[in-house]
Design a protein around this ligand. Structure first.
Ligand code: AMP
Ligand code: MG
Length: 352
């Protein structure tokens, strides 16, 4: 398949850009699939109400078909059509956080095909704030089913070049809208059973949600690999975000961590391996790896979140085979950072 690549400036959706988005909308209405920017990561979109489109998305990504897709909408009317009985909490959350990086799980109505929900009777819904995404949703009939626009298992794409790397020849079109702002996927909250439960942590934190809703549970599998219970978001059970090399997280006092990592790096170098470290502005100079990446400042978790997937992809580009990362706080946005990092490392953690 020939993949069309088009560049659009989110802050200047002029006549030409609008034409491009309309063309992408037509592709989706006709059952095709298009990668596009959102504020979290790039998505791979098809018509969420068309079972054939959802099948195409799974095939292009190599994604297991029991891993449901998120339907992206541009207004509340659209939500009313695809949900049976919208709970009060959903209106509250929408008022505060939509458009934005929050996905809500509700009971689906009959119009949503099981191909989109991975066979579930519930549906995940998000209203993105990215202007290209919002316009594309309007131009494609109102319901874009979209997972992240990467090959299944790889880090989610934060720039169009990574969509091209993974999906060129596998999708109809890729819209390049520049680097994303947030860099981690949306927070997912399940509103279908009793106390609202966070199934995937993200930019909107547990603390944010509890402020608005009172009691909020967190799926215990989010940070704990030893749990025997399956995660409630089917996608969270799969290996994910993995760089091609071997990543280990090292936890402890900064001095001990750098000493341990440098010793391991020296061993790996003796074996002819290329080595990498995910460090912070504060600790960067302490490491002797071939490639030392600064995730950001420890005081700025948003910066670390924004950089994480990009760093993992860069290690791949540089053919790094052995990587270590410092550990981060697991509160606030740190919960999402640690969730993604633990998955990328296959839960390999050294505690000093
Ligand atoms: P992605 O769009 O690639 O970030 O993946 C979407 C995530 O949402 C996956 O982890 C899915 O398992 C999760 N998800 C989508 N729909 C549902 C649902 N109805 N119930 C629980 N989790 C869902
Ligand atoms: Mg994904």
């Amino acid at each position: 398949m020939n993949t069309i690549v088009e560049v659009i400036d989110e802050n200047n959706i002029d006549g030409k850009a609008l034409e491009t988005i309309k063309k992408a909308g037509e592709i989706i209405k006709n059952g095709g699939i298009v990668a596009f920017p959102t504020e979290t990561v790039y998505g791979l979109g098809g018509d969420g109400l068309n079972p054939e489109s959802s099948k195409k998305i799974y095939a292009a990504k190599g994604r297991p078909s029991d891993n449901p897709l998120i339907i992206h909408v541009a207004d509340m009317d659209a939500v009313e059509k695809i949900v049976r009985d919208i709970p009060e909490a959903a209106y509250k959350l929408a008022e505060e956080y939509w458009p934005g990086p929050l996905t809500m799980i509700m009971n689906k109505s009959e119009v949503v095909p099981y191909e989109t929900t991975g066979g579930l009777d519930t549906v995940a819904i998000r209203m993105p704030s990215n202007k290209i995404a919002a316009e594309l949703i309007r131009q494609s009939g109102g319901y874009i089913a979209a997972p992240s626009a990467n090959l299944s298992g790889r880090p989610s794409p934060t720039q169009a070049k990574y969509c091209i790397e993974d999906l060129d020849g596998r999708v109809d079109m890729i819209i390049d809208g520049g680097p994303v702002g947030i860099g981690l996927e949306s927070t997912i909250i399940d509103l279908t059973s009793g106390t609202p439960m966070i199934l995937r942590p993200g930019y909107i934190t547990r603390e944010n949600l509890a402020d608005l809703l009172g009691n909020v549970d967190v799926d215990k599998t989010i940070l704990d690999a030893s749990s025997k219970v399956a995660p409630k978001a089917p996608g969270m059970k799969y290996r994910h975000y993995a760089p091609k090399g071997d990543l280990t997280i090292v936890e402890g006092e900064p001095g001990d961590v750098s000493k341990y990592i440098n010793a391991e790096i020296s061993k790996a170098k003796d074996l002819g391996k290329k080595t990498g470290v995910i460090a912070t502005k504060e600790t960067e100079k302490m490491y002797k790896a071939d490639s030392v990446k600064i995730a950001g400042s420890r005081d700025d978790e948003e910066e670390i979140a924004r950089n994480l997937f990009t760093l993992l992809r860069e290690f791949d580009d540089e053919d790094v085979n052995v990587m270590f990362s410092e550990s981060f706080n697991d509160t606030g946005i740190g919960q999402a950072i640690m969730n993604r990092l633990l998955k990328a490392a296959g839960h390999k953690v050294i505690r000093l």
